[in-house]
Design a protein around this ligand. Structure first.
Ligand SMILES: [Zn+2]
Ligand SMILES: [Zn+2]
Length: 389
């Protein structure tokens, strides 16, 4: 039997259980590094499907690795399963996790014939923390020849431009005092924060159109009648490349220092986690994936037509260490988009469920093409080397 027909047949046969898995993850949203039930559900499903599963890899309790196949190049399919505070699975990582299991399930019985080894890697903490960055450092990607995942979104787009991002924690230190009786003895850390907030708002007029700076106040003081002695904020800074990110982060740092200087406070800025790099979509892998989308009756729009950047992802760091793709698959959610509560509802709607199966098939078909097309892997490697030089 044609391997793609075999893969599609297996995914369809498992369809109900894959969708059930997606809904189960969706119904128990867990934040970064706390995805105990979600990672357990995905790892158990892969074990039942015959994978050799190792839990808690790289020192991360909610990371896992599931291996199938005995010889040949290794494809690594990344599963994500963390959710967002308050709005749950509003980025659809339930679909990412279930489709990774589906692709793995389709490929495992074919792996030895295809002479490909297949790994489904459970990668926690994409929304904050950067589980893939930690797994890269722990060596989890060392034996990967290619890596891929599919992310749900409002549009079908194979090579969505993404941004590099730095995650900053900012703390202002002032001096407390009675806010009414002895205000002249206080140094107001909330004033320092709001002046910084306004300075960053002014900075936005004079940055590149793709760049983004956005933040929240995470601690604004303790009581209205105490001059705030300590305030805290968390800011994300995004730019097209790591170099431009570094330059922009320095300008944002000046804004924090301005707030501290004006109010007689001190400021501390630290990186919450490793910066995420932009995704370098491997051209050959992207073109194989695009062809398989068409076979599934889906049509991707060109990245240039979007005329905007998406967010950022730790898959960008993966694309620095091995050839990778990170396509966005439409779940027909408009006007709802990622990180809106209405988007979370679409992630278990009919189009969201269809995306679980289609993403699994598109990834499985792409792996089959890589395995069976003479010269494909060489072309993928050449494209990876060219992007790095
Ligand atoms: Zn996401
Ligand atoms: Zn997200």
């Amino acid at each position: 039997m044609d391997p793609k027909e075999a893969a599609a047949g297996r995914i369809d046969a498992l369809g109900a259980s894959l969708i059930e898995l997606s809904h189960a993850v969706h119904s128990t949203p867990e934040l970064a590094y706390e995805e105990h039930r979600s990672s357990a559900a995905l790892a158990a499903a892969l074990q039942d499907l015959g994978f050799a599963v190792e839990r808690g890899i790289g020192g991360l309790p909610t990371a896992f690795r599931a291996d199938a196949g005995h010889r040949g190049p290794r494809v690594l399919i990344c599963a994500e399963y963390d959710a967002l505070p308050d709005i749950g699975h509003a980025c659809g990582h339930n679909i990412i996790g279930a489709s990774a299991v589906g692709a793995g399930a389709a490929l495992a019985p074919l792996a030895d014939d295809l002479e490909m080894r297949v790994t489904v890697l459970g990668t926690p903490a994409e929304e904050q923390g950067g589980g893939k960055c930690e797994l890269i450092e722990a060596g989890a990607f060392d034996d990967a020849d290619v890596a891929m995942m599919v992310h749900p979104g409002p549009h079908e787009i194979v090579d969505m431009p993404t941004l590099a991002v730095a995650h900053l924690d900012v703390t202002f230190h002032g001096r407390e005092s009675h806010a009414s009786a002895y205000p002249e003895l206080g140094r107001n850390a909330l004033d320092a924060l709001t002046i910084s907030y306004a300075a960053i708002a002014a900075l936005r007029q004079h940055i590149r159109p793709e760049e983004r700076i956005h933040g929240i106040v995470t601690h604004g003081g303790d009581a209205p009648n105490i001059v705030p002695k300590r305030t805290e904020a968390r800011y994300y800074v995004r730019a097209r490349t790591m170099h431009e990110l570094h330059e922009l982060t320095e300008r944002v740092q000046r804004c924090f220092e301005a707030g501290a200087l004006a109010t007689g406070c001190e400021v501390e800025v630290s990186h919450v986690s490793k910066p995420y790099d932009r995704v370098r979509h491997n051209p050959k892998m992207a073109s194989l994936y695009d062809d398989n989308l068409r076979r599934l009756g889906r049509a991707a729009i060109p990245a240039a037509a979007m005329q905007r950047s998406a967010g950022s992802t730790d898959m960008g760091n993966v694309s620095e260490v091995c050839p990778a793709i990170h396509p966005m698959m439409s779940i027909e959610s408009l006007p709802a988009v990622n990180h809106q509560a209405a988007f979370a509802a679409h992630c278990v709607g009919p189009a969201g469920d269809r995306a679980v199966l289609d993403a699994a098939k598109a990834m499985a078909f792409t792996v089959i093409d890589i395995a069976t097309t003479p010269g494909a892997l060489e072309e993928i490697r050449a494209g990876f080397d060219a992007a790095r030089n």
